[in-house]
Design a protein around this ligand. Sequence first.
Ligand code: SIN
Length: 264
Amino acid sequence: MTNQWSVTRLQSALGAVVAGVDLSQSLSADAQIHLRALLDEHLVLVFPEQQLLPGRHVEIGEVFGEPYVHPFLESIAEHDAILRVAKEPEDETVFGGEFWHADITFRNPPSSVSLLYAIDVPAGPCGDTLFANQFAAFDRLSSGMQSMLEGLEAVHVYPDMAECEATAAVHPVVRTHPRSGRKALFVNAAFVHRFVGWTVEESRPLLAQLEAHQTRPEFQGRVAWSNNQLTVWDNRAVLHYAMNDYPGQRRVLQRVTVMERTAT
Ligand code: SIN
């Protein structure tokens, strides 16, 4: 019954809050198509007040791709495709570090979508997640820079891992989204090691310049959290950054990331 869904845009750059949907119930084929179309349009979707058991969280992920079992990070006991994203009161760093990034770009195909579900988050205003629209980032480059970047590929690796087949993937720096056909910048400071044919040292200045551009305030949106909220984002279209502004408090969420299938 997608006509009961109410969609409210979050910010000009990206994002929408979707109310009137109960994701604990299975979605019809039409509802799944509508969900994917909403994500294509808004890039980040926020679903407040959802009651999701681990199995159902993964099933919603399957609407967008193939659930990924992380090779290096520990999954929760109930499901091997769900990561615990947690910061305890005594911890200083956040899960994933203080980097703008997209999830699991060091595989080929890369991830399509991540679905983060809030279990126990601090009462705000803190612990938000920032997003940056990479279609807008590409569109706002000069045509000369766009052409230069379109000729480049980047090597994505899991941090601190040697480049080897299991942990490295090569992706174009400007990637065409398989669903919308739009061009996005597809590099991120967490996983890109170097450009193909360039040394690591040669790659660093351009990567830093791109990161400054990719994360300009105009391209950003911001998601605040409440317990039982599910936020879904398209890793091919946005970068994200977890704010570390809640010292001494606990923040626990669970993440499913799914990998690209043809046309999802
Ligand atoms: C992540 O990087 O996947 C987690 C984002 C967050 O904790 O807000």
